[in-house]
Each structure stands twice: as structure tokens, then as C-alpha cells.
Design a protein around this ligand. Structure first.
Ligand code: UDP
Ligand code: MG
Length: 343
């Protein structure tokens, strides 16, 4: 960024079937962006980049329509649903080409858009990463709150550095984006990777609200899968735990063997059907679980080795820096992109 030039900001918004909330979100974000432009905090060329993550509703039609009437709106459309993390990455990937900093935010306005200004102020003070941290989660269900807290605790115990109560609402400078590019893993758990970068960072606190409209696109199954993915992408401690369990069971069985021998020598042998069947099930279950967990890690290695792209962009709408007038829809990238590249 040139010192006398205002930074170009790109707000990246992944959207999956968000037709109900999209217009409200665009209006709010445009308001915030225009406010910052008039305050000379960010450049006129700043954009809101909507990433349509293979929606089956009118999300893309709405983005295209807004692009024609709102100079700040641009968009990319993924060929199929790639999941929140990959959609975000696709947007960051594109935004990194024309902006000095990016802010990622969900489409549902649960994250307070007013703190975007604070993000930018921190960026201008020299922070490369600004984390949006939820002050409280009173609008989440008790179940969601408890499971989220258990997840953070578990990750901490497993030695994974996460920012407590921070999801994917954050600012990243161009420099931080470039660093992120070097993490080439296919199993990309962004909120675990960003703290590893280590550039100057700050936290901004906000209250998380309820969805402005529409329903959560993260049902419980997807949420648990995401948490499990986060754990197994970052920690091998579960496998170590299994090894420890294995040793413990060998020790227990040796003790039980000695006990059985002692009983036999004293003539107390009992049929023991129940205990045998029970232990058979227990040990069998534990072994299956252990094999499954190891399989999970082997699967991850398999995915990494293949280095498949994480998303495919079908088309895109964007304006170049000098193109402030209305533009028509232009195919941006139709080829498969390597998931590792952010530029
Ligand atoms: N999302 C996405 N792809 C998906 C699922 C979700 O791009 O496969 C987007 C969604 O449109 C939203 C954000 O990810 O902007 C977070 O999803 P949601 O608000 O439904 O999750 P929750 O806040 O309930 O955890
Ligand atoms: Mg949400």
C-alpha cells in the first residue's frame, strides 16, 4: 500500500442459498463502506465480493442484479457447493488480486457490521490480522453455546491455538494473505491457520446477533463434522491417546490374566460367559473406533497427496480499478484453480 494512497478494502461474503437476507446484507455493507469512503478511511475502489457457493435459489441472480446497480458490488459464482471454508477461500483468493486488505463476514448479518470500521482503523495502525471476537453468545441456543465452548476447550487441550469465540469474521492484510498462501494443505481449517501466521494482530469485540433472515446453513451434523475436521487437521493427539489406551488395556488384561490363573489354581473357576461376551464387545468396539480414527488421518494424507483443487469458479462479476461505470457480466475464471494459490 502506498502511504499517501487509501487502502482498497474487499469485504468477502460467502453465500449459500441466502436469497432471503442478501439484499439486506448488501444494503448494510454498502452503507458501512460508503461511510468509510466519505471519511477517507478506505479507497473509492473498495468492494463487497459476494461468493455464491453453488446456491440453488436466486442468490446469483440477486448478486448479478446488484452488480448492475451498485458500483461496490462484485461477485463470483462457484460451479458447485464447495462449503463455507472453500467459498471463503475462493473469495479471498480473488480479492487478494485487487485489494490491500480483506474482511470476511457471513451473509446473515449475525456479525456486527459496525465493527468493520474498527477493523480498518486497526489495519491502518499497522495490524495485519484483526480478529472479530464475540463478546457473548446469548442469541445462540444453549446447545450451540455449550458445544462451541467444549470445542474451544478441547482444541486448547490438544495444543491447537485458536482465538476464543472468534469464527471467520476477520481482517487480513495483503501481506497476511500472501503468507496464508504458503499453507498449501488441502484440509484447510482457516481459523486454526491464521494465528500461525504471527504478524501483528488485534482483537475487536462485538455482540453476535440473530440471523437477519433465512435459516442456518450449518445444521448440527455439518457443525460436528467441521469440529471433527478441525481437530484431526491440527492435532495427532487423538492417535497418541489411542496408543496410550492400547498400553492401558494390555496392562489390564495382564492383571486380569493373573487373577484368572490365581482363581483357577484355587479351584474357583466359573463359567464366566457374561464377562467374556462383555469384554469382547468392549474391546471390539474400542478397536473399531481406533481403526476408524487412524483411517481418518490416513484419509487426510490421501487427500493431501492428491492436491485436488478446493473449488471451481464458474463465472465472475467485477470492476477493475479504473472501471467505475457499469459493467456487464464477464466470465472471470472458468478453469479449475489450484486450491493452494491465493493470487
Ligand atoms: N455458507 C456457505 N456454504 C455452505 C454453508 C454456508 O457459503 O456450504 C455460508 C452461509 O451462506 C453464511 C456462512 O457460510 O454466509 C455461515 O453460515 P450460517 O450463517 O448458516 O452458519 P451459522 O452462523 O448458523 O453457524
Ligand atoms: Mg450465521
Amino acid at each position: 500500500m502506498n502511504s499517501n494512497k487509501l487502502p482498497v478494502l474487499a469485504i468477502v461474503v460467502p453465500c449459500y442459498n441466502e436469497e432471503e437476507v442478501l439484499m439486506i446484507t448488501a444494503r448494510e455493507l454498502t452503507g458501512v463502506l460508503q461511510g468509510m469512503i466519505s471519511e477517507s478511511l478506505v479507497s473509492m475502489e473498495s468492494t463487497i465480493l459476494f461468493v455464491d457457493d453453488g446456491s440453488t435459489d436466486k442468490t446469483w441472480e440477486l448478486i448479478s442484479a446488484m452488480h448492475k446497480t451498485n458500483r461496490h458490488v462484485s461477485g463470483i459464482k462457484l460451479a458447485k457447493n464447495a462449503g463455507h471454508q472453500n467459498a471463503l477461500l475462493a473469495g479471498m483468493d480473488q480479492a487478494g488480486n485487487f485489494s490491500d486488505c480483506i474482511i470476511s463476514i457471513d451473509a446473515d448479518l449475525q456479525d456486527d457490521v459496525e465493527v468493520i470500521r474498527q477493523f480498518v482503523l486497526k489495519f491502518r495502525e499497522g495490524c495485519d490480522v484483526v480478529y472479530g471476537v464475540r463478546r457473548q453468545r446469548k442469541n445462540d441456543t444453549i446447545f450451540k453455546r455449550q458445544t462451541a465452548q467444549a470445542f474451544y476447550k478441547l482444541m486448547g487441550k490438544l495444543g491447537v491455538e485458536l482465538i476464543y469465540n472468534h469464527a471467520d469474521y476477520r481482517l487480513l492484510s495483503k501481506r497476511a494473505l500472501k503468507e496464508l498462501e504458503r499453507y498449501g494443505e488441502s484440509n484447510f481449517f482457516m481459523r486454526g491457520i491464521v494465528p500461525l501466521i504471527g504478524f501483528p494482530s488485534a482483537q475487536v469485540y462485538y455482540d453476535r446477533k440473530e440471523r437477519a433472515a433465512g435459516e442456518s446453513k450449518y445444521p448440527i451434523g455439518k457443525m460436528l463434522a467441521f469440529a471433527f475436521d478441525g481437530i484431526t487437521s491440527f492435532s495427532i493427539k487423538p492417535i497418541r491417546f489411542l496408543t496410550a489406551c492400547g498400553f492401558l488395556f494390555i496392562f489390564i488384561s495382564a492383571a486380569a490374566g493373573l487373577f484368572a490363573l490365581f482363581q483357577k489354581m484355587n479351584g474357583y473357576t466359573v463359567p464366566g460367559w457374561t464377562s467374556i461376551v462383555l469384554s469382547l464387545w468392549l474391546i471390539g468396539g474400542l478397536q473399531l473406533m481406533a481403526i476408524g480414527l487412524i483411517g481418518e488421518y490416513v484419509g487426510k494424507v490421501f487427500k493431501e497427496v492428491k492436491k485436488r483443487p478446493r473449488y471451481c469458479i464458474e463465472s465472475g462479476l467485477h470492476r477493475t480499478a479504473h472501471q467505475q461505470k457499469r459493467t456487464s457480466e464477464t466470465p472471470l475464471r472458468t478453469r479449475l484453480r489450484s486450491s493452494r494459490k491465493l493470487s
